[in-house]
Design a protein around this ligand. Structure first.
Ligand code: SF4
Length: 71
């Protein structure tokens, strides 16, 4: 299965945490981070990044189900 990764640019505060955890998945691009790929293979680090994002700006979906951030 592939996951869909989104970052809400309105929420992102450019902390850089996501890019530090998974530089091949996220990049800090000016004032906001963005996913390098919208669809990724299942990757625990995407969930880790969603969990630690101080702005709760990252959403990881498996189909219709939100898998990150974790509850
Ligand atoms: S961890 Fe969250 S707030 Fe920080 S750069 Fe990534 S998306 Fe933005």
């Amino acid at each position: 299965m592939t996951w869909k990764v989104e970052i809400d640019p309105q929420q992102c505060m450019a902390s850089g945490s996501c890019a530090a955890i998974a530089p091949d998945l996220f990049v800090l691009d000016g004032e906001h981070a963005r996913p390098l790929k919208e669809r990724i293979d299942e990757d625990e680090r995407a969930l880790d990044a969603a969990d630690v994002c101080p702005a709760v700006a990252i959403t990881v979906r498996d189909g219709a189900e939100i898998v990150g951030p974790r509850p």
